[in-house]
Design a protein around this ligand. Structure first.
Ligand code: URA
Length: 360
């Protein structure tokens, strides 16, 4: 109900109010009314369901008797606009009917103006995808990509529905539909943080890599293996810490069949900081560990010279201590065996320090 109620506007000026017709499967209108009061406190609205109605006049919530669909206002212009928008953002090449029906179960379609379009969009998807492929290549000139990255605005609160989630599983669910920056378009899925909600320490990496993108879990690929083995040596139990990333979608450049990691830009880091802040709010760790420059930038809100600040503990204004170190993939990139071993040792020393700080 929280996701699928669609209001229609009636009246103007002082008479303006919003009315929605919704047919839930259960008697949930009353139990959800407070949610809508919080979400739409500044709006006068009524939700009609067959069993009960909820009415908010801006100050007072009233629960009344059930209604019929005929009591609700007829379709308005906003719905025509919404349907046009939905039709245009529908990407036939990414269609996964099962996943779509999981997000938007068929039983709710009767409540959704866009639902009438879905059967035709699905039926025409193959044809539309073939036409899209025929229109390739679509890579923008590099100068365009630069301009776009530079000017990608951080989303305004009004553009994004504020998550209500107060626990990690609910937040993860919210983040699965994240559209705060364009990275979701090419990634397989959102890779959210993992670990216990009462963890003492939160490790923050940069962004999921190719394997993480496919598995939907952070640090499971080559960098994750290095990370795991050094944590193990430092006697930090990965199952007891929370591991996440500053950016939660995989950013890459396709090269043949391979997807080559590409560094997230400041706008993407800023947009995704929303989720990291929420994770930290819920977990309230003793310590956060910035694994590399992107994580440090996200946690500290500014660019940080890692080589100079490695091993430092910086206290943020909100009191959170941030330990700065390298990203484990740095070790992977060193070719010379001795240098690699030396860097591994230094990272191990850092992790031993983290172990001490966790308890402090
Ligand atoms: N690198 C990261 O920063 N995070 C991952 O999850 C994997 C690789």
């Amino acid at each position: 109900m929280r996701a699928f109620v669609r209001f229609r506007k009636i009246g103007d000026g002082a008479e303006e109010r919003y009315v929605a017709w919704f047919e839930p499967d259960h008697f949930i209108a009353e139990r959800n009314a407070d949610f809508f009061v919080r979400r739409f406190a500044g709006m006068r609205w009524t939700i009609l369901t067959p069993h009960a109605s909820a009415d908010w006049d801006g100050e007072r919530l009233a629960i009344g008797p059930g209604a019929s669909k005929r009591d609700a206002p007829a379709e308005d212009n906003a719905e025509t606009l919404w349907r046009t928008y939905f039709e245009n953002i529908f990407n036939p090449a990414r269609l996964k009917v099962k996943a779509m029906q999981k997000e938007m179960p068929k039983k709710y379609w009767r409540n959704l103006p866009e639902a009438s379009l879905i059967p035709d969009l699905i039926a025409g998807a193959d044809r539309a995808a073939t036409a899209m492929i025929a229109r390739m290549p679509t890579s923008p000139a590099p100068r365009h990509a630069k301009v776009k990255a530079k000017h990608w605005p951080s989303p305004e609160p009004a553009d994004v529905v504020e998550p209500e989630s107060t626990d990690i599983p609910a937040l993860r669910e919210e983040a699965s539909g994240c559209r705060r920056c364009p990275l979701w378009r090419d990634a397989t899925q959102t890779v959210f943080g993992e670990g216990p909600e009462n963890a003492d320490v939160v490790f923050v990496g940069e962004q999921p890599g190719d394997q993480e993108d496919l598995a939907g879990k952070p640090f499971v690929g080559p960098a994750g293996k290095v990370f795991d083995s050094i944590l193990d040596q430092a006697e930090i139990d990965r199952r007891k810490v929370y591991v996440t990333n500053a950016v939660k979608h995989f950013k890459f450049e396709p090269r043949g069949k391979r997807r080559i990691h590409s560094k997230p830009n400041a706008g993407e880091i800023r947009a995704c900081r929303w989720w990291l802040d929420k994770e930290l709010d819920i977990i309230k760790p003793n310590l956060a560990v910035a694994l590399g420059a992107t994580a440090a930038q996200s946690l500290l809100g500014k660019t940080v010279p890692i080589t100079r600040m490695r091993g430092d503990v910086i206290q943020r204004e909100d009191g959170l201590r941030v330990f700065v170190t390298i990203h484990p993939s740095f070790i992977l990139r060193i070719r010379e065996h001795e240098d690699k071993e030396a860097e591994r040792e230094r990272f191990l020393t850092d992790m031993r320090k983290v172990k001490q700080l966790m308890a402090a």
